[in-house]
Design a protein around this ligand. Structure first.
Ligand code: PLP
Length: 428
């Protein structure tokens, strides 16, 4: 497979952009090799600058549930762009998207649009702190809620602890109010509530973890969080930036029937354009300016192009489409399992709706520690074995694969043919 042009561009890019990229995982550090420079995308395919075509399972990190350049989204964008790109004033389009989201997420009585998932979580937790008059936030190890300083915390020693900065440039004071517990560990959460009575403003959780690979909540975990937060006067914040409109029409909260106080959204609701949103109980959201004392604003928030792409995307998400996604993703997961077994490669495959992960391990994966202990070097080899066979997987073992509505039975069959060879290759 030719990658000459990507190699040239990557060499030049590294002279002008850190790592040659605009976001770290794109640099292929976790799998090695040269990131492919993408020229265009259409349906299930990505095309790189060397003329290679790949069946794409990254889908702009979960944003593209309809695949690349879906005609309805392109049409909506064309129409919107003629009317202007940004007004810094209210529009009917943002109102329509807000109403559509509220219809799908009964817990969201009011919503505010922002420009990224990072802004959504940062702002939602500002509201939680204001509402409770408390300062501590509890998050889970290996979760990713964007790159706000206080959320770039990792666990210290011990099972459930104060956070330590997970990035240079984050002063320890910024994360001293961030508590970190292992995912799926209710006892650790309960222990933190005991240790810090009346101090925890909110628990923020990816209801299906997607940033340590896909790790589903154990039965009772989300219910337990709902119960503990309620009992201790804290808020429950679901970060559904990935899972919102992904694991079902009502996100993970619809799937597991849990009602959080606040929800963060992003990705799919922008149809591939920059977006984020946070929403929830009206009494909480009315704390946000201009109604309430919590300040939060944005020059490009509610951008008409993002609103148009988001609306056009959500319009396509029918029950039939979710059924089709479920079936295709199940077919893929089953096929991968069979292919790995045939090759004698131990794997654990996790899937919730159209998001899935292949962990190279025999052991159970329930949290960040167990996800990190999988054979990541083998994933890197598998990734390249697939890439050279025209299948584009996430360039990291700790990221989710996404099936889109553009993936057909034929794409899945071809992916599985490649996977049978790739598993045999990495078995050696
Ligand atoms: N929350 C979750 C669960 C995410 O997966 C991400 C990004 O991948 C974010 C928040 C941050 O979103 P953004 O990259 O739009 O800032």
């Amino acid at each position: 497979m030719q990658a000459e042009r990507s190699e040239q561009l990557f060499a030049l890019a590294q002279t002008v952009m850190p790592g040659g990229v605009s976001s770290p995982v794109r640099a292929f550090r976790a799998v090695g090799g040269t990131p492919r420079f993408i020229a265009r995308g259409k349906g299930a395919y990505l095309y790189d600058v060397d003329g290679n075509r790949y069946i794409d399972y990254v889908g702009s990190w979960g944003a593209l549930i309809l695949g690349h350049a879906h005609p309805a989204v392109v049409r909506a964008l064309r129409e919107a762009i003629r009317r202007g790109t940004s007004f810094g004033a209210p529009t009917e389009a943002e109102l329509a998207l807000a109403l559509r989201i509220r219809e799908a997420f009964p817990s969201i009585e009011k919503i505010r649009f922002v420009n990224s998932g990072t802004e959504a979580t940062m702002s939602a937790l500002r509201v939680a702190r204001a509402a409770t008059g408390r300062s501590k936030i509890l998050q889970f190890e290996g979760a990713y809620h964007g790159h706000a300083d206080f959320l770039l915390a990792r666990a210290g020693s011990g099972l459930a602890t104060f956070g330590l900065p997970a990035s240079a440039g984050v002063p320890s004071a910024w994360v001293q109010d961030t508590l970190v517990a292992p995912y799926n560990d209710l006892e650790a959460v309960a222990a933190l509530f005991e240790r810090f009575p009346d101090q925890i403003a909110a628990v923020i959780v990816e209801p299906v973890a997607g940033n340590m690979g896909v790790v589903p909540p154990k039965p009772g975990f989300l219910e337990g969080l709902r119960d503990l937060t309620r009992r201790h006067g804290a808020l429950l914040v679901f970060d559904e930036v990935i899972t919102g409109f992904r694991v079902g029409p009502g996100g993970a909260q619809g799937l597991y029937e849990i009602k959080p106080d606040l929800t963060c959204l992003g990705k799919i609701i922008g149809g591939g354009l920059p977006i984020g949103a946070y929403g929830g109980r009206a009494d909480l959201m009315d704390l946000v300016a201009p109604v309430g004392p919590v300040y939060q604003a944005g020059t490009l928030s509610g951008n008409p192009l993002s609103m148009a792409a988001g609306r056009a995307t959500l319009e396509q998400l029918t029950p039939v489409l979710y059924q089709q996604l479920e079936e295709r993703a199940a077919q893929l997961a089953e096929g991968l399992r069979a292919a790995a077994e045939e090759a004698g490669v131990p794997v654990r495959i996790h899937r919730v709706g159209s998001m899935l992960s292949v962990f190279f391990t025999e052991a159970e994966v329930v949290d960040f520690a167990t996800a990190s202990a999988t054979d990541r070097a083998r994933y890197a080899r598998f990734f390249h074995a697939m890439l050279t066979r025209g299948v584009y997987l996430p360039p990291s073992p700790l990221e989710a694969w996404f099936v889109s509505a553009a993936h057909t039975d034929d794409h899945i069959a071809r992916t599985l043919r490649a996977a049978r060879e790739a598993f045999r290759e990495v078995a050696r």
